[in-house]
Design a protein around this ligand. Sequence first.
Ligand code: HEM
Length: 242
Amino acid sequence: MAGLTDITRSTVGKKLLNGLTGLLLCGFIVSHLTGNLLLLVGREAFNQYAYFLHSLGHGAVVPIMEVGLVMLFGAHAISGISVARSRRRARPDGYKKSANAGGTSRKSLASRSMIVTGTVLLIFVILHVAQFKLGWGQLRDYPDVMIDGHASVDLYSRVVDWFNWAPMVGLYVVVMLMLGNHLRHGFWSAFQTLGANNPRYENLINTAGMLFAAAMAVGFLLIPIYIFLFVEPTAGSSLAAG
Ligand code: HEM
């Protein structure tokens, strides 16, 4: 009996950690999307924004934020997997009931989809940072641009060239739809865990979650699709020649 209480208590702790880290990551996603929308304004606006970010606090702010982000993503992923495992252990028949239409089965279907979309998003983030931040596999060498007399990475061209390649745009479309799905359920679930599960607010939280998820998915989808349709690849990229 005591064992069961311990499991329940530790599951609550993990759910709290998962909800809190998820909400903090939502803050990052909102600010990341806001900055990235400058890609639609143009080269100068986006590169200046990137330079501004990297020069904050004499260059100290971004590395500190990066350490925080790695910890947040790590804690969120580990607590999420752990909650799903305890839930599975607590139900000997696992997810077998998910074909039924009842409330419990809907819930288990949603949490199973959270594990799938969450895993895809984690793999995406690792590859995405390698692609855009570290410039792995980039389509040509990008000479630095000068901003306020300082040399800065031409992030705009790196992104524009990748999003002129149809398979990359297709991949981003699929992953951004998964992000929308993950945020929709995650938002609702985090507020439930944090105690905002009063039936009076249920509709409000559900609607807010849906609007938030849709806004993030549409915002992030807009960037690769707009670039693919309306922005030419930069001179010298292998895509420009074709
Ligand atoms: C169309 C969508 C997106 C675009 C165009 C985009 C663009 C970028 C760019 C250009 C960078 C490099 C920033 C730099 O070097 O300063 C970056 C970094 C990053 N992105 Fe995205 N991103 C997109 C979607 C996402 C999504 C959906 C997530 C998370 C779920 C994400 C997470 C990150 C992370 C964690 C970093 C590293 C931040 C850092 O090290 O400072 N991105 N992104």
